[in-house]
Design a protein around this ligand. Structure first.
Ligand code: IYR
Length: 236
Protein backbone atom coordinates (compact mmCIF):
# COMPACT_ATOMS: atom_id res chain seq x y z
CA UNK A 1 0.00 0.00 0.00
CA UNK A 2 0.93 3.60 -0.48
CA UNK A 3 3.06 5.06 2.28
CA UNK A 4 1.77 8.53 3.00
CA UNK A 5 4.80 9.43 5.13
CA UNK A 6 7.20 8.46 2.34
CA UNK A 7 5.19 10.47 -0.16
CA UNK A 8 5.14 13.52 2.14
CA UNK A 9 8.92 13.24 2.55
CA UNK A 10 9.46 13.16 -1.23
CA UNK A 11 6.90 15.82 -2.14
CA UNK A 12 6.42 18.05 0.91
CA UNK A 13 4.70 20.72 -1.19
CA UNK A 14 1.87 18.37 -2.26
CA UNK A 15 -1.32 17.92 -0.21
CA UNK A 16 -1.73 14.70 1.82
CA UNK A 17 -2.96 11.68 -0.13
CA UNK A 18 -6.56 10.99 0.70
CA UNK A 19 -8.09 7.57 0.28
CA UNK A 20 -11.65 6.49 0.89
CA UNK A 21 -13.37 3.11 1.00
CA UNK A 22 -14.19 1.64 -2.41
CA UNK A 23 -17.94 1.70 -3.04
CA UNK A 24 -18.48 -1.87 -4.18
CA UNK A 25 -21.46 -4.19 -4.16
CA UNK A 26 -20.75 -7.87 -4.59
CA UNK A 27 -23.29 -9.67 -6.77
CA UNK A 28 -24.44 -13.28 -6.44
CA UNK A 29 -22.71 -15.56 -9.01
CA UNK A 30 -25.87 -16.22 -11.07
CA UNK A 31 -26.50 -12.51 -11.35
CA UNK A 32 -22.89 -11.93 -12.41
CA UNK A 33 -23.24 -14.38 -15.28
CA UNK A 34 -26.67 -13.07 -16.31
CA UNK A 35 -25.36 -9.49 -16.38
CA UNK A 36 -22.20 -10.50 -18.24
CA UNK A 37 -24.29 -12.19 -20.92
CA UNK A 38 -26.87 -9.41 -21.16
CA UNK A 39 -24.19 -6.73 -21.49
CA UNK A 40 -22.40 -8.72 -24.18
CA UNK A 41 -25.66 -9.16 -26.08
CA UNK A 42 -26.42 -5.47 -25.83
CA UNK A 43 -22.96 -4.54 -27.14
CA UNK A 44 -23.19 -7.13 -29.90
CA UNK A 45 -26.35 -5.41 -31.19
CA UNK A 46 -24.45 -2.15 -31.74
CA UNK A 47 -23.80 -1.26 -35.35
CA UNK A 48 -22.21 1.71 -37.03
CA UNK A 49 -24.46 3.24 -39.65
CA UNK A 50 -23.88 6.06 -42.12
CA UNK A 51 -27.58 6.90 -42.37
CA UNK A 52 -28.91 9.37 -39.83
CA UNK A 53 -32.36 10.85 -39.33
CA UNK A 54 -32.58 14.61 -38.92
CA UNK A 55 -34.95 14.10 -35.97
CA UNK A 56 -34.01 16.17 -32.92
CA UNK A 57 -32.40 14.52 -29.89
CA UNK A 58 -32.52 16.14 -26.43
CA UNK A 59 -29.27 17.82 -25.39
CA UNK A 60 -29.44 16.05 -22.02
CA UNK A 61 -28.88 12.67 -23.69
CA UNK A 62 -25.68 13.88 -25.34
CA UNK A 63 -24.51 15.32 -22.04
CA UNK A 64 -25.02 11.96 -20.35
CA UNK A 65 -23.00 10.18 -23.03
CA UNK A 66 -20.16 12.61 -22.37
CA UNK A 67 -20.49 12.25 -18.60
CA UNK A 68 -20.11 8.49 -19.17
CA UNK A 69 -17.05 8.99 -21.39
CA UNK A 70 -15.54 11.17 -18.68
CA UNK A 71 -15.58 8.20 -16.27
CA UNK A 72 -12.82 6.53 -18.33
CA UNK A 73 -9.60 5.66 -16.52
CA UNK A 74 -6.67 7.78 -17.74
CA UNK A 75 -2.91 8.11 -17.30
CA UNK A 76 -2.22 9.72 -13.89
CA UNK A 77 -5.94 10.60 -13.87
CA UNK A 78 -5.19 13.54 -16.16
CA UNK A 79 -8.37 12.99 -18.25
CA UNK A 80 -6.62 14.27 -21.40
CA UNK A 81 -9.80 14.75 -23.44
CA UNK A 82 -12.07 17.59 -24.51
CA UNK A 83 -15.45 17.25 -26.19
CA UNK A 84 -16.95 19.86 -28.50
CA UNK A 85 -20.64 19.41 -29.27
CA UNK A 86 -22.19 21.10 -32.29
CA UNK A 87 -25.82 21.49 -33.30
CA UNK A 88 -25.59 24.84 -35.11
CA UNK A 89 -26.60 24.02 -38.71
CA UNK A 90 -24.24 26.63 -40.22
CA UNK A 91 -21.27 25.27 -38.27
CA UNK A 92 -22.18 21.68 -39.18
CA UNK A 93 -22.32 22.71 -42.85
CA UNK A 94 -18.83 24.27 -42.63
CA UNK A 95 -17.43 21.17 -40.91
CA UNK A 96 -19.00 18.98 -43.58
CA UNK A 97 -17.61 21.10 -46.42
CA UNK A 98 -14.08 21.00 -44.98
CA UNK A 99 -14.26 17.30 -44.11
CA UNK A 100 -15.46 16.50 -47.64
CA UNK A 101 -12.70 18.57 -49.22
CA UNK A 102 -10.04 16.63 -47.26
CA UNK A 103 -11.76 13.31 -47.79
CA UNK A 104 -12.11 13.92 -51.51
CA UNK A 105 -8.33 14.31 -51.71
CA UNK A 106 -7.87 11.22 -49.55
CA UNK A 107 -10.18 9.00 -51.57
CA UNK A 108 -8.97 10.23 -54.97
CA UNK A 109 -5.25 10.88 -54.30
CA UNK A 110 -3.89 10.00 -50.87
CA UNK A 111 -5.20 6.48 -50.23
CA UNK A 112 -3.35 3.51 -51.62
CA UNK A 113 -5.23 1.09 -53.90
CA UNK A 114 -4.93 -1.51 -51.18
CA UNK A 115 -6.67 0.82 -48.72
CA UNK A 116 -9.47 1.67 -51.18
CA UNK A 117 -10.03 -2.04 -51.79
CA UNK A 118 -10.37 -2.67 -48.03
CA UNK A 119 -12.95 0.10 -47.66
CA UNK A 120 -15.00 -0.71 -50.78
CA UNK A 121 -17.15 -3.43 -49.12
CA UNK A 122 -18.02 -1.04 -46.27
CA UNK A 123 -19.49 1.56 -48.60
CA UNK A 124 -17.54 4.55 -47.27
CA UNK A 125 -16.79 7.47 -49.56
CA UNK A 126 -15.91 11.16 -49.37
CA UNK A 127 -19.55 12.32 -49.11
CA UNK A 128 -20.35 12.99 -45.45
CA UNK A 129 -24.11 13.59 -45.27
CA UNK A 130 -24.10 12.34 -41.68
CA UNK A 131 -22.40 15.56 -40.55
CA UNK A 132 -25.37 17.69 -41.59
CA UNK A 133 -28.16 15.09 -41.12
CA UNK A 134 -27.40 14.07 -37.52
CA UNK A 135 -28.80 16.55 -34.99
CA UNK A 136 -25.54 16.48 -33.00
CA UNK A 137 -21.92 16.32 -34.03
CA UNK A 138 -19.52 15.51 -31.19
CA UNK A 139 -15.80 16.02 -31.73
CA UNK A 140 -13.35 14.39 -29.35
CA UNK A 141 -9.96 16.08 -28.92
CA UNK A 142 -6.92 14.67 -27.14
CA UNK A 143 -4.75 16.98 -25.05
CA UNK A 144 -1.11 16.16 -25.68
CA UNK A 145 -0.07 18.35 -22.74
CA UNK A 146 -1.66 20.69 -20.19
CA UNK A 147 -0.82 24.31 -19.64
CA UNK A 148 -0.24 25.16 -15.94
CA UNK A 149 -1.52 28.48 -14.54
CA UNK A 150 2.05 29.90 -14.88
CA UNK A 151 1.98 29.05 -18.60
CA UNK A 152 4.39 26.08 -18.39
CA UNK A 153 3.60 22.80 -20.16
CA UNK A 154 2.73 19.67 -18.17
CA UNK A 155 2.98 16.31 -19.85
CA UNK A 156 -0.07 14.07 -20.10
CA UNK A 157 0.57 10.33 -19.97
CA UNK A 158 -0.86 7.50 -22.08
CA UNK A 159 -2.95 9.98 -24.03
CA UNK A 160 -3.82 7.64 -26.93
CA UNK A 161 -4.86 4.84 -24.60
CA UNK A 162 -6.87 7.13 -22.32
CA UNK A 163 -8.72 8.82 -25.18
CA UNK A 164 -9.37 5.46 -26.86
CA UNK A 165 -11.01 4.12 -23.70
CA UNK A 166 -12.99 7.38 -23.35
CA UNK A 167 -14.24 7.04 -26.94
CA UNK A 168 -15.28 3.43 -26.31
CA UNK A 169 -17.35 4.43 -23.31
CA UNK A 170 -18.95 7.25 -25.29
CA UNK A 171 -19.90 4.88 -28.12
CA UNK A 172 -21.42 2.33 -25.73
CA UNK A 173 -23.33 5.04 -23.84
CA UNK A 174 -24.85 6.32 -27.11
CA UNK A 175 -25.85 2.77 -28.07
CA UNK A 176 -27.25 1.95 -24.63
CA UNK A 177 -29.56 5.00 -24.69
CA UNK A 178 -31.01 3.96 -28.07
CA UNK A 179 -29.13 6.27 -30.43
CA UNK A 180 -26.57 5.56 -33.15
CA UNK A 181 -23.19 7.03 -33.98
CA UNK A 182 -20.45 6.71 -36.56
CA UNK A 183 -16.73 6.94 -35.80
CA UNK A 184 -15.67 9.36 -38.49
CA UNK A 185 -11.99 10.25 -38.91
CA UNK A 186 -11.62 13.11 -41.37
CA UNK A 187 -7.97 13.16 -42.32
CA UNK A 188 -6.13 15.49 -41.74
CA UNK A 189 -8.24 16.95 -38.95
CA UNK A 190 -6.39 20.19 -38.24
CA UNK A 191 -9.27 22.21 -39.74
CA UNK A 192 -11.36 21.28 -36.69
CA UNK A 193 -8.97 23.14 -34.35
CA UNK A 194 -9.47 26.26 -36.41
CA UNK A 195 -13.24 25.98 -36.92
CA UNK A 196 -13.88 25.10 -33.27
CA UNK A 197 -11.17 27.44 -31.90
CA UNK A 198 -9.36 24.80 -29.87
CA UNK A 199 -5.89 25.54 -28.42
CA UNK A 200 -2.64 24.11 -29.87
CA UNK A 201 -2.23 21.43 -27.17
CA UNK A 202 -5.34 19.70 -28.54
CA UNK A 203 -5.81 17.56 -31.64
CA UNK A 204 -9.07 16.14 -32.91
CA UNK A 205 -9.22 12.35 -32.76
CA UNK A 206 -12.74 11.38 -33.75
CA UNK A 207 -15.89 13.05 -35.02
CA UNK A 208 -19.15 11.40 -33.97
CA UNK A 209 -22.47 12.28 -35.58
CA UNK A 210 -25.12 11.21 -33.03
CA UNK A 211 -28.83 10.74 -33.60
CA UNK A 212 -31.56 8.33 -34.57
CA UNK A 213 -30.97 6.10 -37.57
CA UNK A 214 -32.76 7.23 -40.76
CA UNK A 215 -35.84 5.22 -41.72
CA UNK A 216 -34.41 2.45 -43.91
CA UNK A 217 -30.85 2.96 -42.57
CA UNK A 218 -28.52 0.28 -43.85
CA UNK A 219 -25.38 -1.39 -42.59
CA UNK A 220 -22.98 -3.74 -44.34
CA UNK A 221 -23.59 -7.40 -43.49
CA UNK A 222 -20.54 -8.09 -41.33
CA UNK A 223 -19.36 -10.93 -39.15
CA UNK A 224 -17.31 -10.29 -36.06
CA UNK A 225 -14.27 -12.49 -35.48
CA UNK A 226 -15.14 -15.59 -33.43
CA UNK A 227 -13.84 -15.48 -29.87
CA UNK A 228 -11.26 -18.20 -30.58
CA UNK A 229 -9.59 -15.93 -33.14
CA UNK A 230 -9.09 -13.04 -30.75
CA UNK A 231 -8.57 -14.80 -27.43
CA UNK A 232 -5.78 -17.04 -26.18
CA UNK A 233 -5.74 -18.33 -22.61
CA UNK A 234 -2.27 -18.71 -21.14
CA UNK A 235 0.45 -19.87 -23.59
CA UNK A 236 -1.98 -21.40 -26.10
N1 IYR B 1 -11.08 8.75 -42.92
C1 IYR B 1 -11.92 8.35 -44.02
C2 IYR B 1 -11.58 7.02 -44.58
C3 IYR B 1 -11.88 5.81 -43.78
C4 IYR B 1 -10.85 5.00 -43.35
C5 IYR B 1 -11.10 3.85 -42.66
I1 IYR B 1 -9.56 2.62 -42.14
C6 IYR B 1 -12.42 3.50 -42.37
O1 IYR B 1 -12.68 2.33 -41.66
C7 IYR B 1 -13.47 4.29 -42.80
C8 IYR B 1 -13.18 5.45 -43.50
C9 IYR B 1 -13.39 8.53 -43.73
O2 IYR B 1 -13.74 8.84 -42.59
O3 IYR B 1 -14.18 8.35 -44.65
Amino acid sequence: MHSDTEYRRLFPDLPAVEFEPLAYTRLPPEQMLARARAWYEECARRRTTRHFSTEAVPRELIEYAIRTANTAPSGAHQQPWQFVVIDDPALKARIRAEAEAEEYKSYTERMTDEWRRELAPLGTDWIKTHITDAPWVVVLFRQRYRVAPDGSRRKNYYVEESVGICAGLFISAVHHMGLVTLTHTPNPMQFLNELLRRPPNESAVLLFPVGFPAAGAQVPRLERKPIGDILQWNQG
